[in-house]
Design a protein around this ligand. Sequence first.
Ligand code: C5P
Length: 283
Amino acid sequence: MNKPAGRYLRSGKVKDIYDVGEARLLLVYTNRLSSHDVMLADEIPHKGEVLCRLSTYYFSKCSISGIETHLIENPSPDQMLVKKLFLIPIEVIGRNYVYGSFWKRFQRHEVKLPEGTDPILAAKLREPIVEFTTKLESKDRLITEKDISTYGWLTPDEIDEIRTVALRLNNMMLEDAERAGFILADFKVEFGKDENDKIVLIDEIGTPDGCRFWEKSKYQPGRAQDSFDKQIVRDYLEKEKGWNKNPPKPGTKLKEPILPDQLVQKTSQRYIEAYERLTGEKF
Ligand code: C5P
């Protein structure tokens, strides 16, 4: 990859971000991979390109459906030029199944299930749920709509607008997942505001890094489900490296690669397969 233009700003788990002036940012999708909240030193070929192209696929669908997004153009298949916006400091979570932090809260009796939903792990929710968490705190924390407006982040009408958009995005992704033989268990999206206070979809959408996709043919409620993309890496680390009992501390960044070549290639193939099945396009 050529050195990206612009001033380096920061790196997330996967993306490197550059300020390229004129209120635009360049997002560079890398091949970095994390598992068990640990950044691995191994790189997965084509992963960055898969994530960038999948997000671009959904952003393009959004623009056809009248949902404004931050995408301007793709200077290359693993790069996205986007509008620089004011970040709304919340993460918007859409859920179709009882899983992850929602399941944990249910077990602690902190949340009720919609009527008719089985009270078991990975049960399908009778209706989708939208939740909000904080974004800029060290740990994501569930936040009420009342707090979001009390902090002055969004008005009640804007919260309604975001919930409606999140449900429309859910329908858009469910359609593809259904056709692809995947279950879309849940997802996260983020929003910003432009200079006219218009709400705009930012970050990324529809990627295996921000959604839980399960293989539909292997779905069995009542137990943990395999995530399509990373499960083979998780299994290897747990079985071969003993990470089931003793993983490195969350947030650790490993310095040396630890995955066998064959596993790296297989993981890369899985990301590509996810892209092809979801979009119906050749990678
Ligand atoms: O862990 P939890 O069940 O709250 O996650 C819900 C959804 O949000 C999952 O699809 C997860 O991948 C996504 N998520 C994310 N980034 C975060 C937190 C959650 O992509 N920081």
